[in-house]
Design a protein. Sequence first.
Length: 500
Amino acid sequence: MTKIVNHWIGGKTVEGASGNHGPVTDPATGEVTTKVAYASVEEVDAAVAAAKEAYLSWGQSSLATRTSVLFKFRALLDAHRDEIAELITAEHGKVHSDALGEVARGLEIVDLACGISVQLKGELSTQVATRVDVASIRQPLGVVAGITPFNFPAMVPLWMFPLAIACGNTFVLKPSEKDPSASVRLAELLSEAGLPDGVFNVVHGDKVAVDRLLDHPDVKAVSFVGSTPIARYIHTTASANGKRVQALGGAKNHMLVLPDADLDAAADAVVSAAYGSAGERCMAISAVVAVGAIGDTLVEKIRERAEKIKIGPGSDPTSEMGPLITATHRDKVASYVTGAAAEGAEVVLDGTGYTVDGHENGHWIGISLLDRVPTSAAAYRDEIFGPVLCVLRAETYEEALDLINASPYGNGTAIFTRDGGAARRFQMEVEAGMVGVNVPIPVPVGYHSFGGWKDSLFGDHHIYGNDGTHFYTRGKVVTTRWPDPADAPTGVDLGFPRNH
């Protein structure tokens, strides 16, 4: 019998009433294993109404109450990490170790939320004028929403809702319809931890659900992670409706390899960063820029390592890379490889046509490596989101930097070198929001914020860290004067208020 994933509204499972469902496949077999309910406008309204009602008390709850629930949730999440990882593997396809890593990175933000009291401290200036004090405080927004992608069905929601609810907001999550089960399990664990009904809600669906969240007058802020075209749409639409928006878009992350670099370490790093999770990471390295005469040697070292990667079902503990999320996405990724030679690239490894014995209908694609890729090629211009690595050549550091900075994306980047001066210059001159120095995937730890530049971010706030706390709260300044009890009334002064 096919499993059905329903909504979570007001602290309980709510069966989909729209009559619309979408298929969820096991990427390793291509079989439809699950149906997910698609929310109507009315069902989204019901989730927002539940969140609005819950905010009346949750928004006034003490910090101790909120963090107490989050500490319990953290313990439950830790205890159930294997179970959640299995749900991720079954619907996304990534190998179990990758899925466990995703949960671990999400736990970092829960840790941050458990200690939110420090970040929510206000400021006080006393005696700014005679018997006048000024205080700055931060307060929650109300109902906030998160719209999250398929590639990290647990981690990205965990980057959002723990901080949001720790700050006193209530939350409506619209996860990817391609792998929805992890989000519902997180909702169940929050309920088990004692989170009041309605504080966290999950509605599944497509553009109907998304557009209603962007339009709903009671939704005060929207967080989004996904492709650049959709991030731009989310930002434009929600902003026009008066909402605060944090929309993280796509990427084309470059790794710059200088002639003095440890080429073995660089090759190890790029293979992990380009092909881990089948390249379905917004922080994947998808373009390597080799400077000087090292290009041929570096490409050969990458090829040697890439050919040894074992591809298979994510549930197989010997697999190092799993399938892609859907057959449609697999075919699109393959098209960049099959068209590369005609656009001037050298195809070193061609992963198209790859299959796994016994799982021939899975969404498989092998490792692909393209060398001497021109910047005009589609494989370089587009965010492929698959296990395809482009290598470009540059004669000098300056030429390489100009190439990287000419990209419309500015999510993450890395430099591999032994030269501290060159590394420092790169981190100051490169136009990207996250920089790694001999670190291929520079995803910040939870107490620093994650976010890119240019077409990789729409809105003023990065996600989690201090930016996350600021995004989910708004500032208020209170100026107070209390008369000295010994003073007699002095009458009415109609002049401009004086602070001095």
